[in-house]
Each structure stands twice: as C-alpha cells, then as structure tokens.
Design a protein around this ligand. Structure first.
Ligand code: 5GP
Length: 189
C-alpha cells in the first residue's frame, strides 16, 4: 500500500503531542506513529523505542552520512531530531498511514517531499502566553533551555499559513475532534 503522511507540527507546548496520542489511541488500526531519532536525553516517563529512539550524536551523524533520514534537523543547538526512512517504510508495510509529531521546518520539508500523499496540520496554541505557561509548567527544562524553547516557539508561530490546515487548540477536546475529522477525511479521500 502507498500510505499517507499525517503531519502535526507546532511549537513545542501547543498540544500536538497530546492530539497525536489521542488519535493513535482511537485509530491505531489505521495509523501508526513515526518514532523519530533524537540526541536529547529522555524526559519524565519517556521510553526509548516508544517516544523516540534516543541515540548519541555520533550515532545520529553516522545515520546522516548513510542517508538514513528522510529529514533531520538540529532543532535546538546541539540537539538533533530526524525521521528515519526505515520507520516510515515499516509502517507503510504494515498497511497503515504514518502520523508525525515534528517541528515546523521538518513538517514543511516532509510536505514538500510528499505533496499529494501528505496532510500538513499546524496546531495553533491559544496564545504565546499560554504556550509559555505550558512550557514552564512541565518543569523538566532548565531556565536556559526554556528561553531557547520560547524563542523558537515565537518564530514557529509565523509559519502557520504555510500548512494545509491550521487547527486551533483553545480547547483540547474540540481540537481532538477536529483533528480526527481532518485525518479521517484525508485518509478516505
Ligand atoms: P521535544 O524535545 O519537545 O520532544 O521536541 C522538540 C521539537 O522537535 C518538537 O517540535 C518535536 O515535534 C520536534 N521533532 C520531533 N521529532 C522530530 C523529527 O524527526 N524531525 C524534526 N524536524 N523535528 C522533530
């Protein structure tokens, strides 16, 4: 099967991870999560091989050299994230569509590589203030890391209109229902 790509991008803290998790809980028979490789340390309850493939920078750069990534990026300085070709192919072989939780630049890059097969959704937080509160509330990042995340979030908000759809996340339940409708319409089209 030539599966589709369901891209959820947003600044970190906009709620995209929660929306993607909900979709997977409900539609895991049709869609599967593209587990990215990352060189950052696991946070909280995150597990290797479930949330990310947590790998060393050396290992990551080795995979870059072997062209194992469809896209990759130094999302934060010194911290790399990337989508493995093997991951997408594995999911398509299972007969499922692939869902991505990916940063804005990576999301647009995937969309440009698969223009017809991909639906690119930008999850818009209620405001920059709310986004900052959410990022701070996690309590898992240092002050310096938080500043970097704030600056990046502000920049990423300006990319919204380059996506196929902007999904407003003022209320999580409403946003999840809208996301579900968008995804089902697209995979059935
Ligand atoms: P976090 O460290 O909060 O898990 O993720 C930081 C940012 O990197 C988020 O916006 C997340 O969606 C993004 N990200 C996760 N995986 C990938 C990937 O494979 N490629 C790119 N470009 N960004 C990713």
């Amino acid at each position: 099967m030539n599966g589709k790509l369901l891209i959820f991008s947003a600044p970190s803290g906009a709620g995209k991870t929660t929306i993607v998790k909900r979709l997977l809980e409900k539609h895991g028979d049709k869609i599967a999560f593209s587990i990215s490789a990352s060189t950052r340390e696991p946070r909280g309850t995150e597990q290797d091989g479930i949330d990310y493939y947590f790998i060393s920078k050396e290992d990551f750069l080795h995979k870059v050299a072997k062209q194992e990534f469809i896209e990759f990026e130094e999302v934060y300085s010194g911290t790399f994230y990337g989508t493995l070709r093997s991951e997408v192919e594995r999911i398509w072989q299972e007969g499922k569509h692939v869902i991505f939780d990916i940063d804005v630049v990576g999301g647009l890059r995937l969309k440009s590589k698969f223009p017809d097969q991909a639906l690119a959704i930008f999850v818009n937080p209620p405001s920059l203030e709310v986004l900052k509160e959410r990022l701070t509330g996690r309590g898992t990042d240092s002050a310096e890391k938080l500043q970097e995340r704030f600056a990046k979030a502000e920049h990423e908000l300006s990319f919204a209109d380059k996506f196929d759809v902007v999904l407003q996340n003022n209320d999580l339940e409403t946003a999840c229902a809208e996301a579900e409708q968008l995804v089902l319409d697209f995979i059935n089209s």
